[in-house]
Each structure stands twice: as structure tokens, then as C-alpha cells.
Design a protein around this ligand. Structure first.
Ligand code: 0X9
Ligand code: ZN
Length: 414
């Protein structure tokens, strides 16, 4: 069948026309709910397309950063004022902040195969680095393309292992949310320290490591080329692009804290696992159960160490283990320069969300230990740390990763 050109053009113009690419006049408010009523009121805006929650409402008296479209600001402020909810303006005009940042963002090129922790690397550079590591350390490191993104980019893991079978695996992934730029460097630093620092060679004798530095490369690249604050994947819908990959996993999918509206930042997809990126992660993990013992999902921002469940306030069965391990990881990170994480027990989470990877890894893949690591904020937007902030964050986080490793080794290696 051939489409007449005129129909074809109409179809194209109907596709993805509502996506936001300019943030002129958008404001970011920092709101502090002090009572449950206030929290519940603010939470109602989660489902409004004019609101993009940059951090979630988790505890009373903890600040929540939310970006609001110009046309909704007056009524939002009116609600905050009437209800006596404490707030301040974090960013007056998001577009201006982004433009200022763009002008400053002149970076040195990264030589192919090298890694840097003083610049944010592009997806191709990240791939080149992990391939180089595997080539230089073929006895302990190998890469595998476990799938392709929607736009055809390689989803490449690096495995660090001295071989043998049935060793416990620590699986770490980053950048399931495109704009959370501090997360891939943390993954890359773990690779770098394990393989390129001989002091750490003990850490992969009895435990295998699998690291996927960018889960959502299409979105990640789009944040570099077009829209800095893009969060979702880049699959086209009829009106808007993208699915929140961290609402797309098939456990309690679309039950709460997720949207069925395709233009929402937390759009769960038209079905669970609609996204090739989440299916790829699913298939890899299922193929490697029961060896995967620890799942770390690197996000930003907010300094939270979150364990299941996200979809319910019921307590997870091994909460004591998860909480005390989280506390010890925080102690190790804190010792470096005082960065303090809040370790999230389920009852501390005020509002649930469902379809996230970490609930799925616990309930379906049977991975008992799993954390969403919300790394520290940085830069004006919180998602945009200065390149000079990378090193302090990756080095302190590495101290926490060592604690995770020791726990897995002590528990699962005979
Ligand atoms: O909403 C998310 O997907 C994560 N936060 S983010 O700001 N990086 O988008 C949190 C996922 C885990 N959620 C809960 N444990 N509630
Ligand atoms: Zn995230």
C-alpha cells in the first residue's frame, strides 16, 4: 500500500508535537510540606502535566523541588499561600539557567578509549572506554551487547570476573533517567577502580561485577544534543515522545505513582515492558538469576538510599538487613566529606510509585538486595553538577560500593 504524500505529512505532524523543548518562564519551586495534609495537597500536582517533580515527596519537612509551567504558577502559589505551605523559588527561569550553562559547557575532547572524571562523557565515549578496558584487561573484563536501544544504540555491559561459574554477581546500572548525568560517572568510576587500580583486585576474585553505564542511551544523548532535562526514553507516541523506564517494569505496573498519559514525565508506557531498554535489562537479569545478589540503580538527586517497596507502604520482608546495610553504606560515604544519605524504609516514603526496576528485581527476579541510589544534587538545576563536582561524588560513592561488596562477599562466598 502506498500512502498519498499529503496523508503521510499529516501523520508526521501529528506525532510528538506536545513535547517541551523550551523552558522559557518555567520556575522551580522548593516546597516544604510540614503536615500530611500539606504533603497530600502537593502530591496531587504529580499528575498534572504542568508540573515536573525533580525530587519526590518522601518525608515531612524534607524539601521537594518541582518545576512548574508559566500558566500554572499563579494558581500554584495561591494554593501554597492559602495553605501556609513553606516554599521558595529555586530557579526563576529554567531556560535562562540552561542557556547560561550551555555557554559555559565547552569541554575538552576525551581521547577514544580514555575515561575522564572532569567532564561528562557522551554515550559513544563511554562505550569506547569500556571496550578499551576489556581489550587492555582481557583476563578479567569483557563486554557484551545485551540489546539495542529504540534508536539502535548498543546496550553494552562490562563484566568483571576471573571466570568460573555460579559466583555471586553485583549488578549496577545508571542513567535509566536521561537527565541524571552524575550517574554514569559513578558507574564508570567503579569500573575504573576495579580494573585499573591493582589495590582493588581482591574485589573481583570471588564476586563478579556486571555494569551497564547507560540504560537509556537515546534519552541520554538527547539531553546532550537537544533537551537537557529530558527524563524518558525516546519512543515516539502519537502526541509525545518517551516512556518513564522506571515505571515500565511489570510488577504492580500502573498501580500507583505512574501516569497513563503519554506526555507525563512518569508515563508508564501503553503496556508493561513496552520499552526495549527495560526488556533488555529484564532478560539479562532473568538469565542470570539466582546469581545476581545485589542490584544498584543509580539515579539523581536527593541523597537517598531506597530499598523496596516503592509501590506499597508494607514492609519488605528483609527490611532489617536492607536498612542496616544501607546505614553502613551511608556511614562509609559520610566519612569521606560529610555527605549524608537518608536510608529509606518503606514507611518513610510518603507516596508510592510503581513499575520501577527495583521492586521488580525484588519481587520477580528474586534479587534480595536492591537499592535506588539517589546521588547528590549539583549545579543550578540539581541535575547539572559542575564537571568539577564529578570527582568528589564518584570517590565518596566508591567507599559505599566497597561496603556493598564486602557484604555480598561475606554473605554469599563460602
Ligand atoms: O521516581 C523515580 O523513578 C526515582 N526518583 S527520580 O527522582 N530519580 O526519578 C525513585 C525510584 C524509586 N522510588 C521509590 N523508591 N519510591
Ligand atoms: Zn531517576
Amino acid at each position: 500500500m502506498t500512502l498519498k504524500p499529503i496523508y503521510f505529512l499529516t501523520l508526521i505532524s501529528l506525532t510528538a508535537s506536545q513535547d517541551l523543548t523550551n523552558y522559557e518562564g518555567y520556575k522551580v519551586y522548593q516546597v516544604v510540606p510540614e503536615t500530611l495534609d500539606q504533603a497530600s495537597l502537593i502530591n496531587k500536582f504529580q499528575y498534572d502535566i504542568n508540573f515536573d517533580f525533580w525530587t519526590e515527596i518522601r518525608l515531612l519537612n524534607a524539601p521537594v523541588d518541582v518545576m512548574v509551567a508559566p500558566l500554572a504558577q499563579e494558581s500554584f502559589e495561591a494554593v501554597l499561600n492559602t495553605e501556609n505551605i513553606e516554599y521558595s523559588t529555586l530557579i526563576e527561569n529554567v531556560e535562562e539557567t540552561l542557556q547560561k550553562r550551555n555557554r559555559r559547557r565547552k569541554r575538552a575532547t576525551v581521547e577514544a578509549g580514555n575515561v575522564t572524571f572532569t567532564e561528562f562523557m557522551r554515550h559513544q565515549e563511554i562505550l569506547a572506554y569500556i571496550h578499551q578496558v576489556a581489550a587492555d584487561h582481557a583476563d578479567v573484563a569483557s563486554t557484551e551487547v545485551i540489546g539495542k536501544s529504540f534508536e539502535g544504540r548498543d546496550l553494552t555491559i562490562i563484566k568483571i570476573s576471573t571466570g568460573g561459574s555460579d559466583k555471586p554477581i553485583i549488578y549496577i546500572e545508571a542513567a535509566i533517567h536521561a537527565r541524571e548525568w552524575i550517574s554514569p560517572p559513578v558507574a564508570l568510576y567503579i569500573i575504573n577502580q576495579l580494573v585499573e587500580n591493582p589495590e582493588n583486585s581482591d574485589m573481583y576474585q570471588d564476586v563478579d561485577w556486571v555494569i551497564l553505564p547507560v540504560v537509556n542511551p537515546d534519552g541520554y544523548e538527547y539531553t546532550h544534543t537537544d533537551v537537557r532535562l529530558w527524563r524518558k526514553t525516546r519512543t515516539p507516541g502519537t502526541i509525545c515522545y518517551g516512556v518513564d523506564a522506571n515505571r515500565n517494569f511489570d510488577y504492580q505496573w500502573m498501580v500507583t505513582g505512574a501516569s497513563n498519559w503519554q506526555c507525563s514525565e512518569t508515563y508508564a508506557g501503553h503496556v508493561a515492558f513496552s520499552e526495549v531498554e527495560t526488556r533488555t535489562v529484564r532478560d539479562y537479569l532473568l538469565a542470570n538469576t539466582p546469581n545476581v545478589k545485589l542490584f544498584l540503580d543509580l539515579h539523581s538527586y536527593g541523597q537517598w538510599l531506597l530499598y523496596p517497596w516503592a509501590y506499597t507502604s508494607d514492609l519488605v520482608e528483609n527490611i532489617e538487613e536492607l536498612h542496616s546495610l544501607g546505614d553502613r553504606v551511608n556511614d562509609a560515604i559520610y566519612a569521606v566529606r560529610g555527605t549524608n544519605y537518608t536510608v529509606g524504609s518503606s514507611n518513610a516514603i510518603l507516596y508510592a510509585s510503581s513499575g520501577g526496576s527495583r521492586d521488580w528485581t525484588k519481587a520477580v527476579a528474586g534479587i534480595d538486595l536492591g537499592y535506588t541510589v539517589e546521588l547528590p544534587r549539583g549545579g543550578d538545576s540539581g541535575f547539572d553538577p559542575d564537571a568539577s563536582d564529578i570527582l568528589p561524588v564518584v570517590t565518596e560513592t566508591w567507599e559505599g560500593v566497597k561496603v556493598f561488596y564486602e557484604y555480598v562477599r561475606d554473605k554469599y562466598v563460602n
